[in-house]
Design a protein around this ligand. Structure first.
Ligand code: ZN
Length: 163
């Protein structure tokens, strides 16, 4: 069967930065294919679209622009904050990733520059503005179970393990 909305698809992927070829993430290194319920926005739009209609054994490469990936880099996402907002402020270094508590919940930010009393941070997603190269192999496609459709996610290896 083909991948369509509400099918459960398993796939291996190697994600690299399309510009410099650096590996960002790989399901093969973890040794377990990713399993998702298709059509529920669990993947970035470019991958969700790229999986549609594929069958077991298909191998393909998706080159995904930031607009269909983790978004474009937003210059307004760079902010200057007082050090008091940072846990362990004394140990902060340029380039650190830290989680700040905001009114929207916890948010991961990247430290650009640590000053004497302030810290410049970038709240963009780490992959914002990056063109992504996904090397994908479909390893399984099946109908979702009633339980999976109710929960809104796939169960079993590579999916959720909460039961
Ligand atoms: Zn569940």
């Amino acid at each position: 069967m083909q991948v369509a909305a509400n099918s459960v698809v398993s796939f291996h992927y190697v994600l690299t930065d399309a510009e410099n070829g650096e590996t960002i993430d790989s399901s093969r290194e973890r040794g377990e294919a990713m399993t998702i319920l298709a059509g529920r926005g669990q993947l970035i739009p470019g991958v969700e679209k790229g999986l549609e209609g594929k069958i077991v054994g298909d191998k393909f490469v998706l080159v995904i622009q930031p607009e269909d990936g983790y978004g474009v880099h937003n210059e307004n996402a760079v902010q200057r904050l007082s050090k008091k907002y940072f846990p362990n402020a004394d140990r902060l270094k340029d380039g650190d990733h830290v989680v700040l508590q905001t009114k929207f919940g916890p948010q991961q930010v990247r430290v650009l520059k640590v000053g004497a009393s302030v810290v410049d941070i970038d709240t963009n997603h780490p992959l914002a503005g990056v063109t992504l190269n996904f090397d994908i192999e479909i390893t399984d496609v099946r109908e979702a179970t009633t339980e999976e459709l109710e929960h809104g996610h796939a169960h079993g290896p590579g999916g959720h393990h909460h039961h």
